[in-house]
Design a protein around this ligand. Sequence first.
Ligand code: AMP
Ligand code: GLY
Length: 427
Amino acid sequence: MKVLVIGSGGREHALAWKLAQSERVQAVFVAPGNGGTARLPGAHNLALTDPAALADFAQAEKIVLTVVGPEAPLAAGIVDLFRARGLRIFGPTKAAAQLESSKAFSKAFMQRHGIPTARAQTFADAQQAHAYVDAEGAPIVIKADGLAAGKGVVVATTLAEAHAAIDDMLGRNTLGVQHNAEGARVVIEEFMSGEEASFIVIADGQQVVALASSQDHKRVGDGDTGPNTGGMGAYSPAPVVTPNVHARVMQEIIQPTLAGMAREGMPYTGFLYAGLMIDAQGHPRTVEFNCRLGDPEAQVILMRLKSDLFEVLMRATEGQLDDVELQWDRRTALGVVMAAAGYPAPPRKGDVITGAASAAGDDLVVFHAGTALVDGQLRTSGGRVLCVTALGDSPRLAQQRAYEGVRAIRFEGAHWRGDIGHRAIRH
Ligand code: AMP
Ligand code: GLY
């Protein structure tokens, strides 16, 4: 059978890598893919991004399953388009993807259904927003309503920062947020303290099956310093998600979300990612929802998944998740992102990468993101270039193995964090 993966990042390389391992999968097409998927046995890159052209391809090639990696095509309605043409696709509809594409929608949804999250209010009017911030005080969190490629959130430690963020988001839009139909809006919410974790499930509209827990490192610098990025590294499992926390997240966040979306006529199908803040008492609250797998969380989660992902996603698209039980490698997976010069600002591109192929082994996979094969030579083509992902019997051993892999790879301007997994190692 042939499958299609949409996207070009490390998450999509990991999806293609895992799907290609299924005995039932004969070919994986990745659109548009990257230098890693170009070299992956059984995979083929496809230079297409237009949803209608992708649907034409799926029809002509008799693709049995399409899996969507990133949020942008989901928010644009690619699932609706494929389904209207009778094509099987795993992901949320445009309406359901609002859980990620609109912070205002997702906040109001959580409030309607009593799902634990930070107290918040939404504003279109800058004056009212400024007054609210003055009344609440700092620290406080300002979020643009609309897709912002991870840059639409300001955790303001002072009132001045909060006021500036409101002016940016409701006025100049210096962050380049893609506004929703309602125009520019901000969600202003209470600052939550605690430890973050990523909790991702596979949903079929009614039922869910939870993936292994993980934790991402969003800041560019060691010790969680510097600007936010898409994620500089991750590991799975996250010790902060104890069995008790897991049960609470399922009961208090995931199940009410699935039930609420179904009741409101937008049954949720696809990967659902709850970003959690877990306080010292083990009480989980939702920071955000994403309508997709995380990147680089997908790399570490899929490295540990022993079950056949193709079979599971086929079941999910049939609404048959009830008797699915996933098998996991008991080891820790840990992934270190190697980024290009300049990242998270617009990165330099075109640097030659060496050592990426020889670094891999049974317990080490180099997932590609911003890479391209140019005349047979691997070059950087984006901000996050590679995610070097290793398995180990403990977080520390997985960390050692991943950094051995990192040290075998070279490109001009490469930078990475040296402390991925530090919270798990401290635990
Ligand atoms: P988001 O895009 O909503 O995930 O926000 C990006 C990051 O900002 C999160 O991963 C958190 O580290 C931080 N953040 C967002 N909302 C809050 C909040 N209410 N309290 C504390 N930190 C937050
Ligand atoms: N790594 C965070 C995300 O994918 O949103």
